[in-house]
Design a protein around this ligand. Structure first.
Ligand code: HEC
Length: 373
């Protein structure tokens, strides 16, 4: 006998318990994984003291940076940036001259010992502070002299000969003695030596920083990529291509799975149809904006400003996928358990915010203000 009723839709609730338990565990793992991705986003790209990157951070990462009258190259932008910005290609590399230089705290201690003098014993806080101040002045001179080479056109011959003649203003600055010399034309900076000492330690094929090894700075040709001003200070093309494929392939898989789970829930179609594909669609727009942010003004900066918004839509969509699907998987006992779990998570999250996150953000902020003094 033929049935006239429409074939019933396949629902999650009809799946065997084992399958539903697996899906519940999967959704919870994805939720936790995504949360840690947000924590990483904070550390990599947010300004000190902020939860997550905002429009201004997105502009810094994806769009051209300009001094008042000209576009900056990536190298100039990174070396002229505040030391408290995140330590990567979207923030700064200026700390390579100070905190991130090899033997920094040892250098401070040994300099402080000179100030202890005849009194002897271990250097106290005052001596350490004085030593750090002097060292920072020398390192700053080093950095300024190196920036002067970049601004003067970063000549290849000067790099190969390890000799960049210093202008009188720059020569006046205190500069780490190992990196300057004098010949008949006056004082010069050993540009190649500076790069080797301060950067190549990490930025080499066999460098000591796994991430930085992918962006070697061992030859002039490799450095030159970061000296062009046409991409501005924006994320380098190689880095942008890398993050694009990581995001599109990795996250597409994830949002695809959570979207499909939501598609088989018992919610009405007006909710499922737009929401299931939403994170995938928003992510494609998000990543398109990363590339569009490279356009010339005013479009590029405008596109960058929208990146946090599309990012929020992706995150919100995924959050709803997880919560709504979890809710729909089992019967009443499970729903009550889930409510209790959510209440616990909210309480735990509040405690975490009060006890850990807020103090952490405040200390990030405090360390910026004290470093600027
Ligand atoms: C202690 C290790 C270390 C030192 C020293 C260091 N860097 Fe980096 N650098 C990194 C890391 C880590 C990244 C981020 C790589 C990533 O995004 O995956 C990075 C990123 C960069 C990028 C962006 C690469 C890209 O295509 O996105 C540039 C340019 C750069 N550094 C230049 C320098 C310069 C110039 C110096 C010397 C003044 C320097 N770095 C010193 C670790 C280091």
């Amino acid at each position: 006998m033929l049935s006239t009723s429409p074939p019933s839709r396949l629902l999650l609730r009809d799946l065997p318990v084992a399958a539903r338990l697996t899906l519940a565990a999967l959704l919870i793992s994805v939720g936790i994984g995504y949360f840690s991705a947000l924590v990483q986003l904070h550390f990599q790209h947010a300004q000190p003291g902020a939860w997550l990157p905002n429009g201004a951070d997105a502009e810094r990462m994806f769009s051209h940076t300009r001094a008042s009258d000209r576009k900056l190259s990536k190298l100039e932008m990174l070396l002229d940036a505040d030391e408290n910005l995140p330590w990567n290609g979207g923030g700064q590399m200026s700390a390579a001259f100070t905190k991130k230089s090899s033997g920094w705290s040892k250098a401070i201690k040994s300099k402080a010992k000179q100030f202890v003098g005849r009194r002897g014993g271990a250097p106290g806080e005052a001596e350490l502070a004085k030593a750090e101040k002097e060292l920072r002045a020398q390192r700053n001179g080093e950095r300024e002299a190196f920036l002067a080479w970049i601004r003067a056109g970063a000549d290849k011959a000067e790099y190969e000969q390890d000799k960049f003649c210093l202008t009188p203003e720059v020569a006046k600055l205190p500069i780490t003695p190992d990196f300057v010399g004098t010949d008949d034309k006056g004082p010069f900076l050993k540009v190649k030596t500076v790069l080797t000492e301060r950067c190549v330690r990490c930025h080499a094929k066999d460098g000591e920083d796994a991430k930085a090894t992918q962006f070697p700075l061992e030859t002039y040709e490799q450095i030159k990529k970061y000296l062009t001003t046409d991409s501005g200070g924006a994320m380098s093309l190689s880095k942008l291509a890398q993050t694009t494929h990581v995001h599109l392939l990795g996250f597409a898989m994830l949002y695809g799975i959570t979207g499909l789970i939501l598609a088989f829930t018992s919610y009405p179609s007006w909710l499922r149809v737009p929401l299931a594909p939403l994170p995938l669609v928003a992510q494609v727009i998000d990543i398109s904006l990363w590339w569009l942010a490279r356009l010339d003004e005013p479009y590029g900066h405008l596109c960058a400003r929208f990146i946090p918004i599309t990012g929020m839509i992706v995150a919100g969509g995924l959050g709803l996928h997880i919560l709504l699907s979890l809710w729909d998987l089992f019967g009443r006992a499970w729903k009550i358990t889930l409510l209790v779990l959510i209440a616990l998570a909210v309480a735990g999250g509040y405690g975490l915010k009060e006890k850990v996150i807020d103090p952490h953000l405040a200390s990030e902020k405090a360390s910026t203000t004290s470093a600027k003094e």
